[in-house]
Design a protein around this ligand. Structure first.
Ligand SMILES: [Zn+2]
Ligand SMILES: [Zn+2]
Length: 288
């Protein structure tokens, strides 16, 4: 498991201890370094790499904003989270526009708040842009109980277990995560999809081969006869044409296009599972 390398710049010893204890309770595995002022903090930052910087907004020799400026000058891209007192909330909020990831109130430092801040940071680093955080959270819940997500086809295509988005959106997000090597996909089988829009969802249409009529009588007694091998089903269209096998085609439920097995587009169904870097991304450094 990866360890989260955290630099905490904070002069108040009590606050240093409170943060360390809260971090310990998150279950993330981490390496914490503490510096007591801005100058020492910047010195650490220019000589070592960290994953996350937690900065007290009011330091004896500088402010959180000055630290942000310093990082920009040194071209250090490590995400910064401000730790502020109640009085600095407005300034801290302004600083979010300047590139800080988030801010935490000193009175709010607890494992739960830190977990959500750290998780957001981890998602930001690992999850491709455009994949909603709710989708990623939902996946991390799913993968705690399941090894794979399957595409299931019934009358309707769906994902099982479902990440709670529409089928199309879920599939798009899953594909982005495959590109980012968070998920791996494995082919399950080939299916026919709509040649216009590649939808998996369509209804089956049965038509008379001779006249194209779609109103069938089927399985009705005059058209059925018994043989010793079994029952043969016959179809009779409303124009009276009889055949044992009508033409089968499909009507796309999404775009309405009609197609058959010949011009339908073949696609492969996949199952999706977590890669080892995906495991880190969704559950970064977690010991649980
Ligand atoms: Zn007919
Ligand atoms: Zn279609």
């Amino acid at each position: 498991m990866m360890k989260l390398r955290i630099l905490h710049i904070e002069d108040n010893v009590d606050d240093q201890v409170v943060l360390r204890r809260a971090l310990e309770k998150t279950g993330f595995s981490f390496e914490l370094e503490i510096q007591g002022n801005g100058v020492d903090g910047m010195r650490s930052l220019s000589s070592k790499e960290y994953d996350l910087i937690l900065v007290d907004f009011r330091l004896p020799d500088s402010t959180g904003l000055q630290i942000l400026d310093g990082l920009r000058r040194e071209n250090i891209k490590t995400p910064v989270i401000f730790v502020t007192g109640q009085g600095d909330v407005r300034t801290a909020r302004e600083a979010l526009k300047g590139g800080a990831l988030d801010y935490i109130l000193k009175s709010e430092i607890n494992a739960q708040r830190l977990t959500s801040v750290i998780r957001e940071y981890v998602y930001k680093i690992h999850i491709p842009e455009g994949v909603p955080p709710e989708f990623t959270s939902s996946l991390s819940t799913i993968f705690k109980a399941n090894f794979v997500i399957l595409v299931k086809l019934g009358g309707k295509a769906e994902l099982y277990p479902s990440p709670g988005f529409t089928f199309d959106d879920s599939l798009k997000n899953l594909e982005k995560l495959v590109e980012a090597n968070i998920l791996a996909k494995k082919p399950i089988r080939s299916i026919v999809t709509c040649p216009q829009c590649t939808s998996y969802e369509y209804e089956t249409i049965i038509k008379c081969k001779e006249c194209g009529d779609g109103l069938f009588q089927r399985g009705e007694s005059p058209m059925q006869f018994q043989r010793s091998q079994g029952v043969y089903q016959w179809f009779k269209c409303s124009n009276g044409h009889i055949s044992s096998q009508p033409a089968v085609s499909y009507k796309c439920s999404r775009c309405g296009a009609e197609f058959d097995l010949v011009n339908g587009k073949m696609a492969t169904l996949y199952s999706y599972s977590l890669t080892s870097s995906g495991l880190d991304a969704l559950n970064f450094g977690s010991t649980s």
